[in-house]
Design a protein around this ligand. Structure first.
Ligand SMILES: Cc1cc2nc3c(=O)[nH]c(=O)nc-3n(C[C@H](O)[C@H](O)[C@H](O)COP(=O)(O)OP(=O)(O)OC[C@H]3O[C@@H](n4cnc5c(N)ncnc54)[C@H](O)[C@@H]3O)c2cc1C
Length: 405
């Protein structure tokens, strides 16, 4: 057997590498083990290859967890500003894209290189590809059995992420280890994921695949595991169903069997660009065709689809009864559809659920029942909104843990 480490981190992704680098620089002897041929594949593909590495407005309100208070301590100790300072130290150029989302100007690879450099500064050892066969504890010491021998450590940090994108090495190993030690795991499910439909209501919109527009979307309900949500974001129609930021956000709150509500004019109205009531009550529109009136605030193809659905296509506004105008308005501002499902782990960006936060100390990420056993990043029941919050959780939870191991 080799020398004892202060910490062995299993999973060299965002949270694991960041944690290892910080702990190493605090003088700890750290070993990272990852089963993948190539490290940090999720960072590489994130943000369309430019990594949305944090969000200027990241706050506890941007996270779903059965215990909404759990994230507070870690996020307060390591904020978006702290990570931005690190990125600036490495002279990585970045820009704000939308609602505080920060992306690399050039490539996500710069974030990976930065994390590896931080590990090198902390003399962190990284071994991959290396398969972990078992994790056990003997008289307070952690034994990590690999296919190349057994390592001993004072602590073990589980950082193997979530289940999305199995093709690049995602695994449930952290959840398996949690269960092995009797920790409760909240059932994982895909989140930030497109939704599919079988509803006939959706059929005439399938032809509009590729069309995108800002909408107001609402999903979930108060009594659900993660409550309800309402977002103003872009929605994308696809041949499989609905996608785009609005739907990805809503998917985290949606529960099978429930309806989601889309106000196709809500986001435009919220921007103060027009008033929905004025649009439907403006008598100056009397001689205009229904679809052309709608097309003043949405793409013509979509306007035609809505007009057609209410059998008003080609009708002058003066010919449309009050009742029909009201029905059209109701269709467009409260479009209620029941998704058939999600597009699953292959298309999800993150995992909902994971190690129950009740099992962990929010200051350190350590198991309350097993001293020296830590869980960080996506494997914990903490899921961020779209927009850089999931990486911010990886950095913040990794930082908290690094100071404790
Ligand atoms: C397509 C896509 C785009 C995304 N874009 C963004 C974005 O722009 N902004 C954002 O905030 N979030 C984004 N995310 C989410 C973000 O990538 C994750 O939340 C984040 O990477 C989680 O960090 P982690 O360290 O917990 O897990 P990961 O970064 O996934 O790292 C886990 C590591 O553990 C290793 N591993 C797994 N199983 C084992 C095992 N059994 N033994 C040893 N090692 C193992 C893996 O190889 C991997 O290296 C995106 C996700 C996807 C899928």
């Amino acid at each position: 057997m080799s020398k004892a480490w202060d910490a062995i981190v299993i999973g060299g992704g965002a949270a694991g590498l960041f944690c290892a680098g910080v702990a190493g620089q605090l003088g700890k002897k750290v070993l990272v083990i990852d089963h993948a041929e190539i490290l940090c594949e999720k960072i590489r593909i994130s943000g369309g290859g430019r990594c949305n590495f944090t969000n200027l407005h990241s706050s506890p309100a941007n996270f779903l967890s059965q215990n909404s208070h759990f994230v507070k301590s870690a996020l307060a100790r390591y904020s978006a500003k702290d990570f931005i300072n690190l990125v600036q130290t490495y002279r990585i150029a970045y820009h704000e894209k939308h609602q505080g989302q920060l992306f690399c100007d050039d490539s996500a690879k710069q974030i990976i290189e930065m994390l590896l450099e931080e590990c090198a500064k902390g003399s962190v050892h990284i071994r991959h590809p290396l398969a972990v066969e078992s994790v056990s504890n003997e008289a307070g010491e952690w034994l990590i059995k690999t296919n190349a021998g057994t390592e001993r450590s004072k602590s073990v940090v589980m950082a193997t992420g979530g289940l999305p994108v199995p093709a690049i090495g995602a695994s449930a190993y952290s959840l398996d280890i949690a269960k092995q030690f009797g920790l409760k795991v909240i059932d994982p499910r895909p989140a930030l994921v497109p939704l599919s439909f079988t509803s006939g209501e959706f059929d005439n919109l399938i032809a509009l695949s590729g069309l995108s527009m800002p909408v107001r979307i609402a999903a979930g309900s108060k009594g659900n595991r993660y409550g309800a949500c309402r977002f103003n974001e872009d929605l994308l129609l696809t041949h499989k169903g609905l996608s785009g930021p609005a739907v990805l956000q809503a998917s985290s709150y949606w529960v099978e069997g429930e309806t989601i509500h889309i106000d196709w004019l809500g986001a435009v109205e919220a921007n103060g660009r027009f008033s929905c009531d004025a649009l439907f009550n403006n008598e100056e529109n009397r001689l205009k065709l229904t679809e052309n009136i709608l097309a003043s605030v949405m793409p013509l193809r979509l306007a035609k689809a809505f007009a057609e659905q209410k059998k008003l296509l080609g009708k002058k506004w003066a010919e449309v009864s009050k009742k029909d105008r009201q029905a059209l308005k109701e269709l467009i501002t409260n479009w209620s559809v029941k998704p058939a499902g999600t597009l699953g782990w292959k298309k999800a960006e993150v995992m909902l659920g994971g190690v129950d936060t009740k099992e962990l100390d929010g200051q350190t990420m350590m198991s309350r029942s097993h001293p020296g056993l830590y869980f960080i990043g996506e494997c914990v029941d903490v899921t961020g909104h779209l927009g850089g919050h999931n990486f911010q959780w990886a950095w913040a939870s990794g930082f908290a843990c690094a100071h404790a191991v």
